[in-house]
Design a binder for this molecule. Structure first.
Ligand SMILES: CC(C)(COP(=O)(O)OP(=O)(O)OC[C@H]1O[C@@H](n2cnc3c(N)ncnc32)[C@H](O)[C@@H]1OP(=O)(O)O)[C@@H](O)C(=O)NCCC(=O)NCCS
Ligand SMILES: CC(=O)OP(=O)(O)O
Length: 329
């Protein structure tokens, strides 16, 4: 059974309520039909009811709940909660009303207050529009330094990684992680590989250099991050710095990083910054025709996940299933 089918089957065992703030977005509505028909999750669509119903003509969304934040009897409660959370940042009650009228903020507040188990958005909003309210309302999970994101990559006809399955991070959130943040991203991604994907993580800290072959402060940063991650999580197989070929191809790994427990067999690839991470996953997705599942949020206080604006209907179904599964953990 494919990873996705496993995730969907597990999600069905204990149906969770997932809120979708982009309530009238056409791909989202088609995903709603599939998710509710297959029984993967219960869904809430946010937005103006007429707009949602018009956009859904010919699509069966009858099993989903629709909430218009502006007409909701929870509106004032959410406004007051948000005001209390952010008043020390200088916001007024009017600012709080404006925020909660935005479906992204309303959805995050539903999750925060237990009115939904998770949230998925981002088919028409850029990533920052989702993560800002998520950071402000849900915040990071206890003990987590930084929220990051990972893609589960299924590369067809690929002998590398775990039979073509990889976790790539960070591809969506942190533009320029420092050494500690990079280490935290590596540890969080190993957990995603183990818990969500069910593979034993072998984490490569990627660079343009392998074990000192290149000299630059950017290389030093990846090497230092590797040491920090190893100290923080001695039970995880992490190594670096290394180039992508040394990380995934046995012969190159043996040549460039002899004795490494990870080189040549890495299945978790940690990119040094968001430029390389975001470009890297899209290259593999588009040129190698990989299934890119995500971005899956890591280290956030509740299951809130983004989509790429280039997502397909199936991508949305997949991220909803993952979010439901995260809500069970
Ligand atoms: C995610 C992002 C919006 C955060 O932006 P930011 O400018 O740091 O946000 P703000 O300064 O408004 O911070 C908002 C809050 O989030 C917190 N925060 C920011 N980044 C965080 C992170 N990675 N983890 C946890 N908290 C974070 C801040 O500490 C702040 O908290 P506070 O307001 O309670 O003090 C920004 O990093 C970003 O745009 N990233 C790139 C997204 C992107 O374009 N991806 C490519 C396509 S997927
Ligand atoms: C993850 C990602 O790259 O998102 P978008 O394509 O929406 O920018």
């Amino acid at each position: 059974m494919s990873i996705l089918n496993k995730i969907k089957e597990n999600a069905k065992k204990n149906k969770k309520k997932i809120v979708l703030p982009e309530g009238s977005e056409p791909r989202t509505l088609r995903a709603v039909e599939i998710v509710t028909k297959e029984g993967i999750a219960d869904l809430v669509l946010l937005g103006n009811e007429n707009e949602i119903k018009n956009a859904a003509k010919g699509i069966d969304i009858s099993k989903a709940e629709i909430i218009d934040p502006l007409k909701s009897d929870k509106f004032d409660l959410y406004v007051n909660k948000f005001y209390e959370m952010r008043k020390n940042k200088g916001i007024t009650i009017e600012d709080a009303k404006k925020a909660i009228a935005d479906t992204m903020y309303y959805g995050c507040m539903m999750v925060k207050l237990g009115d939904a188990d998770g949230m998925v958005s981002g088919a028409i909003h850029p990533t920052a529009d989702l993560f800002r309210p998520a950071f402000q309302i849900v915040k990071t999970a206890p003990g987590v330094k930084v929220v990051s994101s990972a893609f589960i990559m299924e590369v067809p006809d690929c002998p590398y990684g775990s039979d073509g399955v990889f976790v790539f991070a960070d591809c969506a959130v942190n533009p320029l992680p420092d050494e500690e943040e990079l280490a935290a991203i590596a540890i969080a991604s190993a957990k995603t590989a183990k818990v969500l994907v069910g593979i034993e993580p072998r984490v490569a800290m990627l660079s343009f250099s392998t074990k000192g072959s290149g000299k630059h402060e950017l290389v030093d940063k990846v090497r230092n991050a590797t040491e920090i991650a190893k100290k923080l999580a001695p039970d995880i197989l992490i190594d670096g710095e290394m180039q992508l070929d040394a990380a995934i191809i046995k012969e190159v790994g043996e040549l460039k990083a002899p004795g490494s427990p990870v080189a040549g067999k890495a299945n978790v690839l940690i990119f040094p910054d968001l430029q390389s991470g975001n470009i890297g996953y899209k290259l593999v997705q588009r040129l190698a025709k990989a299934n890119a599942i995500g971005p899956v949020s890591q280290g956030i206080g509740a299951p809130i996940n983004d989509l790429s604006r280039g997502c397909s209907v199936d991508d949305i179904v997949n991220v909803i299933a993952i979010t439901a599964l995260q809500a069970m953990q």
